[in-house]
Ligand binder design. Structure first.
Ligand SMILES: CC(C)(COP(=O)(O)OP(=O)(O)OC[C@H]1O[C@@H](n2cnc3c(N)ncnc32)[C@H](O)[C@@H]1OP(=O)(O)O)[C@@H](O)C(=O)NCCC(=O)NCCS
Length: 136
């Protein structure tokens, strides 16, 4: 089951992000801010979450994480399919590290394509790949 997170899910989201990335790339305050924002929604399902900020007909995927115990079981894919049904959204956007082959494979499988590459975008010097998916 996939559900929209509330402010009470902050610890769950933090725990998943911490485990998925080894250490959460975002401070807890970012999740607190996002969960209180009317523009941003986090969707939770079976040990994973996807955060999405919507402005008019565009939605930006702001975070994606699945706890290692639940990875490679279709969790991220299922949450994305739920999100693709969001009304009024015609374009989804995200950025992913050029080094993150697993996440890129997920996004390509879901129909995202690369539209731009930001060189040395991340603090460690890695490039960012900007991806989009348009919905008719
Ligand atoms: C990337 C991540 C979110 C994928 O979540 P997941 O629930 O394991 O992904 P799914 O099981 O839904 O995978 C669906 C498809 O994505 C691709 N995929 C997912 N993880 C992959 C990996 N590690 N290597 C290669 N392909 C992968 C596959 O094509 C897979 O389809 P298949 O099972 O038919 O082969 C998860 O590995 C994760 O949290 N990683 C650490 C955090 C991270 O990198 N977040 C994204 C930052 S942009």
């Amino acid at each position: 089951m996939i559900r929209r997170a509330t402010t009470e899910d902050i610890d769950l989201i933090w725990h998943i992000a911490d485990a998925a990335f080894g250490s959460s790339p975002w401070p807890k305050s970012v999740f607190e801010h996002d969960l209180a924002s009317p523009r941003t929604a986090y969707f939770i399902g079976d040990g994973g979450f996807v955060g999405v900020t919507t402005i008019l007909d565009e939605a930006e995927i702001v975070s994606v994480a699945v706890h290692p115990d639940y990875q490679k079981q279709g969790v991220a894919q299922n949450i994305f399919k739920h999100i693709f049904n969001m009304k009024q959204v015609t374009r989804f956007l995200l950025e992913v590290s050029a080094q993150n082959g697993g996440a890129q494979a997920l996004y390509r499988k879901l129909g995202f394509t690369e539209y731009y590459r930001r060189e040395k975008y991340y603090r460690n010097g890695d490039d960012a790949i900007m991806m989009e998916k348009k919905i008719d």
